[in-house]
Design a protein around this ligand. Structure first.
Ligand SMILES: CC(C)(COP(=O)(O)OP(=O)(O)OC[C@H]1O[C@@H](n2cnc3c(N)ncnc32)[C@H](O)[C@@H]1OP(=O)(O)O)[C@@H](O)C(=O)NCCC(=O)NCCS
Length: 336
């Protein structure tokens, strides 16, 4: 068996890599078109100059016939004391030691990159939250839970009048704020403020057991994020809250929807900075992004959102909007 880095320009090798990931994901869930699409993995693995590039790995007798696959999310400047990764064993090849072998290889690569901890992300289907094979496998290999997220889905479109109802209920609490919105490209005059919000985003959300530092974002990185998302075939639907008296941007929410596979839209970041919380801005921002989804005429059937189990306020907003539990996401951590 060989463990090799995959060149995503090699169609045979890349398609075989993706096929293992997809069979593994389908094994616990019969949902179609979920997660990153092949072209998104490809785009994110070829851009070596990006702030974050994905190294893809295959493990098998030959690179075009892997029995297991993995990935590492290599950041250039951010949070260099740890690294995130993924690991999938083809369902027909499990319990033969391949998962253990690939995990060992990922750990070696993480050490070579001088990272002190490796985090493995895992998605669990609605019926296996807390009981997936990862729970036995990771714990037995010295890993502990660093993040525990629950995914909630919101059926789309919403019933007639539902969005207006939330807006009317919440907006009286936010009279000091203006909710603005845009698609794809942040207006030039807001891009620096938008970069600042992205940089503090990681430190503003709760984590079970992970030391997170703020990220290095500037206007150029916001533009890079927007261009990469567009190259991935996704539209960004963004809302932001501006404090009327200071003019300060104090929150934003970002929904992403694939133009080719619009069935599932994904909630990306939502942030309201400390000091401006308690005004229902999180809910209003989300309603505004949904209005963009509505006016864009996307054939979306559901919006997926994931939150830390520790993030009570965001969960309350999602539940109030009508989102219901549909799966889990856990990040396992080992200090190398
Ligand atoms: C978790 C996963 C990577 C394990 O891969 P694998 O090739 O079966 O793992 P290995 O054969 O190396 O190790 C298996 C050991 O893990 C544990 N394990 C794995 N699956 C298990 C299950 N369903 N129930 C109980 N224990 C399990 C056992 O200790 C097992 O040893 P045993 O077979 O001697 O009892 C695989 O099930 C998978 O790809 N799952 C979906 C994606 C995922 O969860 N990835 C991240 C894992 S942290």
């Amino acid at each position: 068996m060989k463990f090799l880095r995959v060149d995503a320009r090699d169609d045979a090798v890349f398609n075989a890599w993706f096929a293992v990931l997809q069979r593994s994901e389908r094994h616990h869930s019969d949902e179609d078109n979920m997660g990153w699409h092949p072209e998104e993995w490809r785009a994110r693995s070829l851009d070596e100059a990006a702030p974050k590039v994905h190294y893809l790995y295959s493990y098998g007798p030959t690179p075009d016939a892997p029995v297991a696959v993995g990935a590492l999310e290599v950041t250039r400047d951010d949070n260099l004391h740890w690294i995130r990764g993924d690991l999938f064993v083809d369902p027909t090849h499990r319990r033969r030691g391949y998962g253990t072998a690939v995990l060992g290889e990922l750990e070696s690569r993480a050490r070579e990159l001088a990272r002190a901890s490796l985090l493995i992300n895992v998605i669990e289907g609605a019926h296996e939250i807390g009981t997936g094979p990862n729970r036995y496998f990771a714990k037995a290999r010295g890993y502990r839970v660093a993040e525990e997220n629950v995914r909630r889905d919101l059926a789309w479109p919403r019933p007639n009048g539902a969005l207006d109802g939330h807006w009317d209920e919440w907006s009286p609490l936010a009279l000091d704020y203006e909710i603005i919105s845009w698609t794809k490209r942040t207006p030039d005059e807001l891009v620096d403020a938008r970069a600042h919000l992205s940089s503090i985003m990681p430190t503003e959300t709760p984590h079970v057991d992970l030391d997170v530092e703020s990220e290095q974002w500037d206007a150029a990185r916001v533009r890079h994020h927007e261009e990469t998302t567009d190259r991935m075939g996704r539209d960004l639907l963004v809302a932001a809250a501006r404090h009327r008296t200071s003019g300060e941007l104090v929150g934003y929410s970002e929904l992403s929807v694939s133009r080719e596979h619009p069935g599932t839209a994904y909630q990306w970041d939502t942030l309201v900075v400390r000091g401006h919380r308690g005004h229902r801005l999180g809910g209003l921002l989300k309603v505004m992004t949904m209005r963009l989804l509505e006016s864009g005429g996307y054939a979306t059937k559901k919006i997926c959102t994931s939150n830390s189990v520790l993030n009570g306020p965001m969960i309350a907003v999602n539940e109030a909007l009508g989102a219901r539990v549909a799966g889990g996401m856990v990040a396992w951590r080992k200090d190398l």
